[in-house]
Design a protein around this ligand. Sequence first.
Ligand code: HEM
Length: 433
Amino acid sequence: MTESSIWDQVLDYSHRPNPYPLYQEMRKTPVSQLPDGAYLVSTYAEIVSLLHDPRVSSDLSNNPHALAMAAEAAGVRGAEESIEAAAAAEAEGDGEVEGEGGRPMSKTFLLMDPPDHDRMRRLAMRHFGPPNSPRRIADLEPKMLQLVTDLIDAMEGKERIDFVEDLAYPFPVSVICELLGVPDEDKARFRVWVDMALQSTDPSLDPETQKARGEEAGKELNAFMSELVAAHQENPGTDMLSAMATDDGPEGRMTTEELVSVGLLLLIAGHETTVNLISNGALTLLRHPEVLQRLRDDPDLAIPMVEELLRYEPPVHFVPFRTALADIEVAGTTIPEGSAITLVLGAGNRDPGHVSDPDNFVPERENNEHLGFGGGIHMCFGAPLARLEAQVALTEMARRLQNPRLVTDPPPYRISPILRGPLHLEMDIDGIR
Ligand code: HEM
C-alpha cells in the first residue's frame, strides 16, 4: 500500500472501528508526504519532537491547507473567520467565532503561537488549577459522583441502555457546565448547536449544507457565550467564568472577547473528547471482562487504567494543521518551510519502538507515557478534569451495572476520524446495584 492510500483508508468511515492495522503500516514510514504536499508523522519519538519544536506553528494563518479550505468557504465571512471554521472541522471542534457586529473575535489559544498563546493559557489556567485554584477540580468530585449516581439510578428497570446517551454524553457536559457556570436549562440548546457544528464536518452532507450548519452553529454559540459572559460580569458567582471575568491579576483583566473565546474553547474542548474517553473505556472494559471484574474489586485500578485507555483507545487520533516555520529535519526527512503537518497521535501511542506489547490493553501499565493529551505547550489544558471524570464514570459503571453485555461489536462510530468514539453503545444489563 502507498502512504496516501493508507491515509485515504484511515479517513474512510469503514475503518473507524479499527484503524490500528493501518497505523501499523503507516509507521513503516515515520514521516511521509501526501499527494497534496502535507506531511504525516506517525511514530512516537518524531511526534514528541515536533510537539515540542518551536518551529512548528499552530496558527492556521500560516497553514497552506487551512488557507485553501478557507478560500473555498470565503465570501460570506472574512478569511480569518473561515480559517477558524476550518479548524472547527479539524481540531477539537472549536466553532468559528464572529464578534458582535461581524467583528472577528480573538482567536482561540488552541490555534495561537507564543507569546499570545502563553498569555491566554496563563490567564485561563490561573482559575483552573494549582497554585491559584488548588481545589477547583478536586472540589467537583462529589458533584461528579452525584451526577453519575443520578444517571445510573435513571437506568432502573431498563434491560437495554445506550451508554453514550445515558451516561457518557450527559455526564461530561454537565461537569463542564458546572465548572463554567452554564445554567442547567441551557444544556439542551447548547447540544443542538454542537451537533450542528459537527454537521459542518459531515461528509455525507453537501458542502453548502455543511457550510450553512457551521455558520449557524458558530453564530448561535457565540451569541450564547456572549450573553453568558455578560451575565457573569454583572453578577459573578463562584464558577470559573466568573473568576476569569473579575480577575485583575498581574496581566490585567481579560477582555470580553477573550472571555467569550476561552469560554467557548473550554465548553467545546471539554465535551466530545471526554465523552469518547468514557465510551471508548466502557467498550474496552466490555471486551475485557476480567479487567471489568478487577476494577469492581479494586476501584484504585481506575487511575492507571484510564492512562492506559488514553494510550490504547485515545479520543483524539490526530493533531492536524500544524505548519513548519522553517525546514525541519525529522527521521532523515526534511519537512520544508511552509508545509502542513499532521501528527498521528493514535499511531504514536502504539509504536513498538516506544511501548512494549502496544496492541494489548494492560490496565496497570507502568511509566505510561502516551500522546492521549498531546504534548508540548498545547498539551491538554483539561487533562486533570478529564482523568477524574473517566475514573469516576468507569468505576461506577463497573460497580453498579449488573452483568453488562455489548449488543453489537463493533458499535456504530461517530463520523470523525479525529475525535473517534462510538456514536451509540448499546448494552444489555440485568439491572443496577
Ligand atoms: C488541548 C485531548 C479534555 C481543554 C488538547 C490537545 C489534546 C487534547 C490532544 C492538544 C491539541 C493540540 O496540540 O493542538 C483531550 C482529551 C480529553 C480532553 C483526550 C478528554 C479525555 C479536555 C477538557 C478540557 C480541555 C475536559 C477543558 C476543561 C483543552 C484546551 C486545549 C486542549 C483548552 C488547548 C490547550 C492549548 O492550546 O494550550 N486536548 N482533551 N480538554 N484541551 Fe483537551
